[in-house]
Write a protein that binds this ligand. Sequence first.
Ligand SMILES: [Zn+2]
Length: 256
Amino acid sequence: MSRFIILMYHMISEPQTAAEVRFACPPKRFEKHLQLLLRKGYTPVSINQVSNYYTQNIPLPDKAVLITLDDGFEDNYLNALPIFQRYQIPAVIYLATGLIGKTNQWMSAPTFSMRKMLSWSQIKEMSDHGIEFGSHTVSHPRLNELDDAKIDQELTVSKQTIEENLGNECAHFAYPYGLLTESARDLVQKTGFKTACSTRSGFNNVERDPLILHRIEVYGNDPAWKLSQKINFGSNKASLLFPFQYYAKRLISRLG
Ligand SMILES: [Zn+2]
């Protein structure tokens, strides 16, 4: 096993505004994405398998892929859970614990619609069905703008809240907006998280820092060919010219 990929999604529902097109993947399209991964021979794995790979050296299957959903939108329960169950695909959802049962208050720009977030009873039901939950802080702040004491509080409180409600260890984290600093990364480790997802793009392998895992962002309107290209090249960028540019660059670096 040389490398594995982590995909990042947010809402699994129809976009309500133009700005949401990137973040809201319609359920039919989401299902097609998962079908494509299976057809291409990818093996969906859980965040615990990824964690065990780094902490206990337990190998991952070939072409391993982890599905992640950020923020904890209610549509994850309504629309994504039935699809995960249909295909027996594991997934991890990163929760901003201060917003559970509320709305997406942190997305204050008028270009976004108001969305309901998951409730604890929905989260518990999903957890009973094998969906894993990680922390995405309490209030979804920009960690690079907070001092260490405030970061520590965001990490510790969200971790404890999830553990108290679900009754098991919460060992996984995702940085809001993908924003991280060296001290935020170290505090994530100190709080007891074993993995943390960033929004840096690319493949992961044994050399990757498990507290700065890389993810490929799948846009809500990515057709199958774009998803295909993103997972082949480990990049968020996809265009008809991209493969040409990629190989041209490699050729030039080999010649140079
Ligand atoms: Zn987020």
